[in-house]
Design a protein around this ligand. Structure first.
Ligand code: ADP
Length: 470
């Protein structure tokens, strides 16, 4: 509406305030144009010749008609070539009366001509009011300085049409137009604001609810494109928040559970040590062994949590060097020798002799986590396969088991911290629940590809790439 008001104000100013000046300028320009045409015509014809004279007169008449002018062209010797006004509106008489030039017996045009001749540039433009209060103008110029023709003085005069009536008419029209525009602007702005701001207001109020922890919010779509995009983006964000919230709750539950179990054990065995087994060396050693194992588990959990946080925060640096891949695989398998012996698991390694360029410690962690998962989820055959495939610039390492496998919908989620498909799964190797999260962070830190292929009931194959020797 403000925009409409500005435009209407502009129109009012143009039509009421500036129109006089504008009209005067326009009129002045048209007089000068007419004067130019007249002077060119005067130059074009030979007035000594009767024919030429006639043609000149008819041309001057045509110009005077076109511009509604009184025209007077007189030679300096006083001979008048032309003096007429086609519409007989008395412009010539006005000139005579108003300029007080009605010296008896003397042609007023002659007097004007005398004045023009005194002007330094040989021309003059003057506005005046005649006796009937008509606004008039007068333009005079000395024309033709050519040698073959005598110079003459040209005077043109006309009236500036009174604009008051026109302005009044326009004002009335403008009033109607303004009212219509304002009404239209009001209706339009109302409709547009309803269409544009209503969905946004809904979204804002839902977003407020979301920020206060209501993650069940659904942002409605079905409006215009941008609002839909925003609603989609917010729905997407809400899903993310929901997931994060769920994970956070699980994380707290898991961490507190995982921390509490070893702590309870440590406390219980320490009490037993104090009360019962303190003097019995054999029992004492067994109990101390449990305390040490549980403390190690705690340390491992805390260390894992620290590692994954550091890796995800980007604080940890990759300290890459060349090392032998098959050796690293053997080393990893040896770490599980006790578990394998006790549980009857078998780790088979099939790896060509190849050197890779990576951070050996982090790759150890990756392999440890993948193999411990494979053992935990191994199939009936209790076999875990470690293999590698050579490519031009990289090696792809596979850790395969023939166990339960992972459902397709869980595949993208298992890499999240504390995501567990089966929360009750019995494990042979203690897991901290963030194994794959460490794998993911470590490999992303290396900038290497990784992934998993899995079929329910048939087993899973986790793989990752390593750069070949630098
Ligand atoms: P954790 O094994 O301690 O629960 P991880 O981050 O290592 O935590 O694994 C996340 C989840 O991915 C596991 O809970 C399990 O459901 C699934 N998973 C990982 N490895 C395997 C595997 N080899 N076979 C089947 N499921 C697996």
């Amino acid at each position: 509406m403000l925009f409409a008001a500005v435009i209407i104000c502009g129109l009012w100013l143009l039509q009421n305030v500036f129109i006089h000046g504008y009209y005067k300028n326009m009129k002045e320009a048209s007089i000068l144009e007419a004067a130019g045409q007249l002077s060119r015509s005067y130059m074009a014809y030979d007035i000594a010749d009767e024919e030429g004279r006639k043609k000149l007169v008819s041309e001057i008449t045509a110009i005077a008609e076109k511009y509604d002018l009184f025209v007077n062209i007189a030679q300096l010797d006083g001979k008048t070539l032309y003096t007429d006004e086609p519409y007989k509106r008395g412009y010539g008489d006005s000139l005579k009366d108003s300029l007080s030039m009605s010296v008896f017996g003397v042609d007023p045009s002659y007097l004007v001509a005398q004045r023009i001749l005194q002007e330094p540039e040989g021309k003059m433009l003057q506005y005046f009011e005649d006796d009937n209060s008509r606004p008039m103008f007068l333009y005079g110029e000395v024309i033709s300085h050519s040698k073959k023709k005598d110079p003459a003085v040209m005077i043109v005069s006309s009236t500036l049409q009174p604009l008051d009536e026109t302005v009044q008419l326009l004002s009335q029209q403008l009033l109607i137009v303004s009212t219509a525009i304002f009404a239209l602007a009001f209706v339009l702005s109302f409709a547009i604001s309803k269409r544009i701001s209503l969905p946004l207001m809904n979204i804002t109020s839902n977003a407020r609810k979301l920020s206060s922890g209501n993650y069940d919010m659904v942002f409605e779509t079905g409006n215009y494109y941008e609002a839909n995009q925003l609603a989609h983006a917010l729905n997407y964000a809400t899903d993310g928040l929901k997931q994060v919230d769920k994970l956070r709750a699980e994380l707290i539950a898991n961490v507190s559970h995982d921390l509490r179990t070893p702590l309870t054990m440590i406390k219980a065995y320490a009490e037993m040590l104090r009360d019962i087994s303190g003097s019995n060396e054999e029992k004492r050693n067994i109990h101390l062994g449990v305390i040490i194992r549980e403390s190690d588990r705690l340390t491992m959990l805390v260390q894992d949590l620290l590692d994954v946080s550091k890796m995800q925060a980007g604080v940890m640096k990759v300290e890459a060097r060349n090392f032998s891949l098959p050796e690293k695989l053997r080393e990893t398998s040896e770490r599980f020798s006790a578990v394998c012996e006790n549980g009857g698991y078998k780790i088979e390694i099939d790896c060509p002799q190849v050197e890779v360029y990576a951070d050996p410690l982090k790759i150890s962690q990756v392999l440890y986590n993948l193999v411990s998962n494979a053992i935990n989820y191994a199939g009936e055959d209790k076999k875990i396969y470690l293999s590698a495939e050579l490519f031009d610039n990289h090696v792809r390492v596979y850790v395969k088991d023939t166990g339960a496998g992972i459902a397709a919908e869980d595949l993208p989620l298992i890499w999240d911290r504390y995501y567990k498909v089966d929360k009750e799964h019995k494990r042979c190797v203690a897991g901290t629940g963030i194994g794959l999260s460490i794998v993911k962070s470590a490999l992303e830190l290396h900038g290497m590809e990784y992934g998993v292929e899995s079929t329910l009931g048939e087993g899973s194959t986790f793989w990752f790439d390593l750069r070949r020797q630098a």
